[in-house]
Design a binder for this molecule. Structure first.
Ligand code: HEM
Length: 353
């Protein structure tokens, strides 16, 4: 075994970098705090999506004639197909929740401050790409739910002043939803997005390793900031246990409630009420408050403002203070957003009930 390892090492020279990666010193306060596993858990959720996604791709047919039947076959006839599809379905929600919670952790711990601006910015992009995964994946079964939500979603993009029409045609691959749309969403979902997310995760983790974890914010954690444990096995074991817990939860959710599949897409139906995935509901609710000429406020101004403030945050908040209870403005602003998102989601759910 040793000789095989040596043979490879002489040719690749990888043992040094791998040892460096595994022995990386992690402060004890990080290892002991569950909140610091959220980033690793998001990564594990992404890996689960890749594995289940590859398995699904062996049977999925990306054509408007075949997509629905192939998903129906995976769900009801293929041995364990329901399980793989269910873990992928609930896994996408898990990724959105975990990436959002991880973002809140880094936000409240002020981990976006100098010199970690790029870590935060790659994170912001990752969050948007995770949402794009959800949006593109929703259409793939080519059922009523996916078809009509995508029709409305692309119409929203189409209502952006000046460039809206172009964006909508680019997304749809023409004027109407059809084969070109499905091909584009499929290519985005299985090629463009996974490659972009994987590259960004590498950049994100490289930044993290370059600067180390942001300073601790509590006195108790600060007292432990000079004591370190190696990344392997300590952090790896914690994350693996958390990852197995996540997998168990996804399997349980699938077993309790199989991933939904509605009737096949019917472009002529005029009674179907379009419904997006639950994590876009708050946005659908927001759109209701800006009808007619006010629509661009919700389709362009508010998203631009939100995205812009997330991007600019590390450059605006430059104080030394990191404790959220001493930073009322950033803390209250975030609480306001969280409350609005929860209330709007509940209102939208009540409207669909
Ligand atoms: C696919 C999505 C993501 C993955 C896989 C990921 C992964 C990770 C991991 C493994 C860590 C180290 C452990 C931890 O702090 O939990 C980390 C740290 C960090 N992440 Fe993410 N992340 C993602 C999304 C985000 C988002 C959406 C943001 C914010 C907008 C963000 C900002 C940060 C920052 C600032 C740090 C440094 C934390 C510190 O120094 O204390 N990440 N990320």
């Amino acid at each position: 075994m040793n000789r095989i390892f040596q043979w490879f090492d002489e040719r690749t020279g990888l043992s040094g970098p791998i040892r460096g990666f595994l022995n990386y010193p992690v402060p004890k306060y990080v290892h002991r705090n569950f909140l610091y596993t959220l980033g690793g858990l998001t990564l594990i959720a992404f890996m689960l999506q890749i594995v289940t996604g590859i398995l699904l791709a062996f049977y999925y047919d990306p054509s408007t004639e075949g997509a629905y039947n192939s998903v129906d076959y995976i769900s009801y006839q293929l041995p364990l197909g329901w399980l793989v599809r269910g873990v992928h379905h609930y896994g996408s929600s898990a990724m959105v929740i975990l990436a959002s919670l991880h973002m809140l952790r880094t936000y409240y711990f002020s981990a976006y401050k100098k010199p970690r601006e790029l870590n935060w910015l790659t994170g912001v992009l990752l969050l948007f790409l995770v949402l794009a995964f959800g949006f593109t994946g929703y259409l793939l079964p080519w059922d009523q739910k996916g078809y009509w939500a995508t029709k409305v979603g692309t119409e929203i993009a189409g209502s952006v002043p000046l460039v809206g029409g172009l964006i909508m045609r680019l997304m749809r691959g023409g004027e109407a939803l059809g084969q070109a749309t499905l091909t584009r969403f499929y290519a985005g979902h299985i090629l463009l997005l996974p490659a972009s997310v994987a590259l960004l995760i590498v950049a994100h983790i490289f930044q993290l390793r370059h600067h180390g974890m942001a300073p601790a914010i509590t006195k108790k954690a600060q007292a432990q900031s000079k004591t370190f444990v190696p990344f392997f096995p300590h952090w790896v074991i914690t994350d693996t246990i958390a990852g197995l817990g996540l997998l168990a939860l996804l399997v349980y959710m699938t077993w309790a409630n199989h991933a939904p599949l509605e009737f096949p897409a019917d472009p002529t139906s005029n009674s179907y009420v379009p419904r997006p995935e639950w994590y876009f509901l708050f946005y659908f609710q927001l759109l209701k408050y800006f009808p007619g000429v006010l629509e661009p406020v919700a389709t362009i101004l508010i998203p631009l403002f939100l995205f812009g403030s997330m991007v600019l945050l590390p450059f605006i908040d430059r104080s030394e203070e990191r404790r959220p209870w001493h930073k009322p403005v950033t803390t209250l602003v975030s609480i306001f957003y969280i409350v609005v998102i929860i209330v709007f989601t509940i209102l939208a759910m009540a409207a669909y009930a």
